[in-house]
Design a protein. Structure first.
Length: 335
């Protein structure tokens, strides 16, 4: 009873409150811990002349980083919850609901992308480039209106999995403890999981673990988004509206394009979103002054327009609601 109540309450709080900038987010604390441990561990092995031995040492300390961060994030969360539930079941439920809320990012993802949409609507390309630079890693100074819009749509689609559905699934399985450990892995990958000279060996454990923990959630997220595209297409037809969403096309593009990415998990929801909307996403992008060639996802049936940011957010929120209902139903059956 308490876990289901906390799970539902956390989801509703996320939709209502989002992530106020003045509130200290627990993931930021995890990020601070990762940074301090990285500063301590990363220099280990720098003085070794043998490159093979140095690489092994770097990988060993990278694994120590992962173990330490998971122990602190998971263990600390468990201790807090045990203490709260020991004090009173409803105190534990309240804390669990609050942590669940803080680990979801549906409202924050919508708000960030809507800042891009509003800047585009105002006609300021400079403001829209700045707004989208807050949510993507690519160079945005060279993007035109279409490029800015595509970047925002792609971000909403991709983060539907690792920002919303994946933490929701892990919390349904193991509460905020497992959810916090998932976010710790996700944060480590974003900080040290780079394939460059500095992090290639040290960040390998974090990057591989991130691929592993996102493998199943990414595929579930893509399939849920396809299901939502079917529902939204049916609803539009029922009301006599122009049909934008297509579940059949979303499923076909999902099956065809979901592996067209260097990451084994990143393209599943992007492909489903591109198919649902009938647009083409991804393609080449500029990072740190260098153009990176990427395959396109979807079909260029029509140009991408700012309204697609709204449509992508509806897909994301619909996917979140569907996943929440399935998780709550499953939790109820198992009780």
């Amino acid at each position: 009873m308490y876990h289901g109540t906390a799970f539902a309450a956390g989801f509703v709080l996320d939709l209502i409150l989002g992530d106020p900038e003045t509130w200290n987010h627990p993931v930021r604390r995890i990020g601070n811990l990762i940074q301090k441990l990285t500063d301590f561990f990363l220099k280990r092995g720098d003085g070794i002349s043998d490159s093979a031995v140095r690489a092994r040492v770097k990988r060993k300390y990278g694994r120590l980083l992962v173990a330490a961060v998971l122990l602190v994030s998971g263990g600390g969360t468990a201790l807090l919850l045990v203490g709260a539930y020991t004090l009173h079941p409803w105190a534990g439920c309240a804390l669990e609901g609050w942590l669940t809320y803080r680990l979801l990012a549906a409202r924050n993802l919508r708000d960030a992308s809507m800042r891009v949409y509003r800047a585009l609507q105002s006609g300021s390309l400079k403001d829209s480039r700045y707004a989208v630079s807050m949510i993507v890693g690519r160079d945005t100074t060279v993007l035109d209106e279409t490029g800015v819009t595509k970047a925002a749509v792609e971000t909403v689609a991709e983060n539907t999995s690792d920002g919303v559905i994946a933490p929701m699934l892990y919390m349904a399985l193991g509460g905020p403890v497992l959810g916090m450990m998932y976010k710790a892995v996700n944060t480590m990958d974003s900080m040290v999981g780079y394939r460059n000279d500095k992090y290639m060996d040290f960040g390998r454990a974090a990057a591989r673990l991130d691929d592993g923990v996102n493998f199943i959630p990414a595929r579930i997220s893509g399939l849920l988004m396809v299901a939502v595209a079917f529902l939204m297409g049916f609803w539009d037809r029922l009301r006599g509206f122009e049909q934008i969403y297509s579940g059949r096309r979303a499923f076909r593009i999902f099956l065809r394009d979901r592996r067209k990415h260097a990451s084994p998990n990143a393209a599943h929801t992007e492909a489903a979103c591109a198919g649902a909307l009938g647009v083409q996403l991804a393609g080449n992008a500029r990072y740190f002054g260098r153009v990176v060639e990427k395959p396109t996802l979807g079909e260029n049936l029509r140009p991408v327009v700012p309204a697609d940011i709204l449509r992508a957010n509806r897909l994301m929120l619909g996917t979140a609601v569907l996943c929440e209902c399935i998780c709550l139903g499953t939790m109820g059956l198992l009780l």
